[in-house]
Design a protein around this ligand. Structure first.
Ligand code: SAM
Length: 257
């Protein structure tokens, strides 16, 4: 299983061109916290990337502790949001502090690259999140499903930002429930090009199974196909899970204003 993901060049191009979802998620979470009248919330964010979501949450008066397995992403996040706390770590091995919100937006829980055993590692992580959340706390994340397999399969895409260009070949495999992205980043210095390759392996979840695992723990759940005005890519689903208040039964509450 490939291990090194979101090295400096891929982190840089993600930060420059692919943070629309992260911005939408921050707007949606801020709205949800306003809706339940929660100020100065303590938020644990997994897979913070370049800190785009964290920056917007901190600007709205919340506090963020974030982890990312990529040291390059952590560097970007620290520069973007000096008044949040960022730690280089894999979320499955991190002791989550007592918080009011847990976030993992942008397919974070789907990456298999660190050799984790999906989906079990994620279901074990759900239990840790449930334990760490304060009563009434919320857990917002998104997952990729089999519908994310491209048509045609494989599919090639290309993006450019200044002197940095990125080509991605995406291949899905229904039997293994996996999506592989072979990423090549080219950077020119006017005379020559440097090339960096990464392979990202994602697990394609079964949405109903995910919701059933969350409900077994006591969460109530809602799903959306957007974060605020950002429509999620086909095959991506956002899940909003809420831990009941003390003495409250597992009632369905609308978290998404
Ligand atoms: C697609 S990026 C999303 C980044 C950011 N949340 C956003 O939406 O822009 C996925 C991020 O998850 C991180 N990641 C993947 N698996 C992780 C894990 N097990 N623990 C911590 N971070 C992880 C990657 O390093 C990468 O920064």
């Amino acid at each position: 299983m490939p291990d090194h993901i979101y090295g400096s060049k891929v982190a840089q191009i993600h930060s420059a061109a692919f943070t629309q979802l992260a911005r939408g998620a921050a707007v949606a979470v801020n709205k949800a916290l306003d809706f339940v009248n929660k100020q100065n919330a303590l938020i644990f964010e997994c897979g913070v990337g370049d800190g785009t979501t964290a920056a917007n949450l901190v600007r709205a008066g919340h506090r963020v502790i974030g982890v990312d397995q990529s040291p390059d992403m952590i560097d970007l996040a620290r520069k973007r949001v000096p008044n949040a706390e960022f730690i280089e770590a894999t979320c499955y091995k991190f002791d989550i502090p007592k918080v009011e919100v847990v976030l993992a937006v942008g397919e974070v829980l789907c990456y298999r690259n660190s050799g984790h055993n999906h989906p079990d590692c994620v279901y074990e992580f759900f239990a840790k999140v449930y334990k760490a959340l304060e009563p009434g706390g919320i857990f917002i994340f998104d997952i990729v499903t089999l519908d994310r397999i491209p048509n045609p399969n494989p599919m090639q895409t290309f993006a450019q930002h200044g002197e940095v260009a990125m080509a991605v070949e995406t291949t899905g495999n229904i039997e293994n429930r996996s999506l592989r992205r072979d990423v090549t980043v080219f950077e020119g210095d006017g005379e020559s090009y440097h090339k960096v390759n990464e392979s990202h392996e994602l697990y394609l979840f079964d949405k109903d199974e995910v919701i059933s695992e969350l409900k077994k723990l006591g969460f109530s759940c809602t799903t959306t196909l957007r974060y605020a005005d950002f429509d999620l890519f086909p095959g991506l689903v956002a899940i909003w899970a809420r831990k009941p208040e003390q003495g409250e039964s597992q009632v369905q509450t609308n978290l998404v204003p």
